[in-house]
Design a protein around this ligand. Structure first.
Ligand code: GEM
Ligand code: ZN
Length: 381
């Protein structure tokens, strides 16, 4: 009996694929769709029905060689799931043009993605958990370009003298590890008997924006918002029209102040967890340099899922791109300010052959970062 034809869908939250030819289940030809108003693309997420369990199936992302970070496909393995809850890596190969991956499915349907997706439904649950279970206040709600909520949450009462620690996530919508990181932070804030956390909260309030770019994520974008703007290049000219998400965040930072800023991202190329900082800022000082180094040293001591050997090339003095959140906020508030990068591949210093880097590891990193902030809170000013 002829096998049922394969059917593909991506018309769902963060879906992205274009079907080119599925006539041969062992050589299905696909393409990744660019962001709506931008040439950027790399994020993919789609569902396949009609798989023949136990039979070989092969998929090819035929335009991978034209993606935003084409060199990032080397050493990369796609993620797959049968239930959208448990994700595993599928051996993948890149030949300079197409990324191909094959497997023998256990079930007739499966999902594939560039990284373990963080859905809008789970985001809504996380916000509810934050307010009802973790004691966070919904301090303000901004609106994305298409009118989706941008929640600013606060743990703490905002009283005079408390340090203001800000963490934001997923300016780049395809970097789903960022909201997994925020979930770990909120999960830990549910703890009542966590002495280290209680000491932190006696010293500082936490200001969280768990998702900065809901429109981009919903549309399956890699890099831009619904207006085609790279939000991490909008921190000098944020506007209500083109970058309302950054405009809202800056407005709230101005209102409450910032003593520590962490901007959670994902990196396509570098198979390590790392930070980038403000060494290129004109206002850079030895105080900030010392705080940056202490953060990195403490996080290395806290977890094997961090390192400080690999990362972006350091900016030359005075040569920072001030349109980036990390640099703009660090300069504006003269505070410790970091971009935290998690890999789409794996953290090669502590690899996991089944999952590579994952949502769970991102969440644990969030918990570990809170331990580091607890150790530094008194010294931020
Ligand atoms: C990066 S941040 C780039 C920082 N570069 C240097 N040299 N400090 C971006 O926005 O391009 C963050 C990301 O996209 O993950
Ligand atoms: Zn990013």
């Amino acid at each position: 009996m002829a096998a049922a034809p394969l059917t593909f869908s991506a018309d769902f939250d963060s879906g992205n694929i274009q079907l080119l030819d599925a006539s041969d289940p062992r050589q299905v030809r696909l393409a990744i769709r660019p962001d709506t108003h931008s040439d950027h693309f790399q994020w993919f997420h789609f569902k396949v029905d009609g798989l023949a369990p136990g039979q070989p199936h092969g998929f090819s992302l035929t335009n991978a060689g034209q993606s935003s970070y084409k060199n990032a496909w080397a050493g990369y393995n796609a993620v797959a799931s049968y239930d959208q809850k448990t994700w595993f890596r599928v051996p993948s190969q890149f030949d300079g043009q197409a990324l191909t991956f094959s497997f023998e499915p256990e079930q007739p349907q499966a999902w594939f993605a560039y990284f373990e997706p963080y859905s809008r439904e789970r985001h809504d649950w996380l916000i509810s958990e934050a307010v009802t279970q973790a004691g966070l206040q919904l301090l303000a709600v901004g609106k994305s370009a298409e009118g989706r909520d941008l929640q600013l949450l606060r743990k703490g009462d905002g009283s005079e003298g408390k340090k203001k620690v800000w963490l934001i996530a997923q300016q780049h919508p395809g970097e789903h590890m960022a909201e997994w990181f925020m979930e770990g932070i909120i999960e830990r804030l549910k703890q009542r008997d966590d002495a280290e956390l209680n000491a932190l909260l006696a010293e500082a309030d936490l200001y969280l924006i768990p998702h900065m770019n809901p429109d981009g994520s919903f549309h399956g974008h890699l890099r831009t918002n619904a207006k085609g703007k790279d939000l991490n290049r909008a921190w000098q000219d944020a506007s209500a029209e083109f970058s309302p998400e950054v405009f809202f965040a800056l407005q709230q930072m101005q209102k409450y102040g910032v003593d520590l800023f962490i901007d959670a991202h994902g990196d396509e190329e570098i198979p390590h967890v790392f930070t980038a900082a403000c060494e290129g800022n004109p206002q850079y000082t030895p105080r900030i340099a010392q705080l940056e180094q202490r953060f990195r040293d403490l996080l290395c001591q806290q977890t094997a899922d961090f390192q400080q050997v690999h990362g972006y090339t350091r900016d030359e003095p005075g040569q920072a791109n001030m349109t980036l959140a990390c640099n703009a906020v660090g300069a504006k508030f003269d505070c410790l300010s970091l971009t935290l990068e998690m890999p789409f591949k794996d953290h090669d210093d502590n690899p996991d052959a089944v999952t590579g880097w994952s949502g769970k590891r991102s969440a644990q990193l969030g918990k570990d970062v809170l331990s580091v902030i607890a150790k530094m809170a008194r010294d931020l000013r």
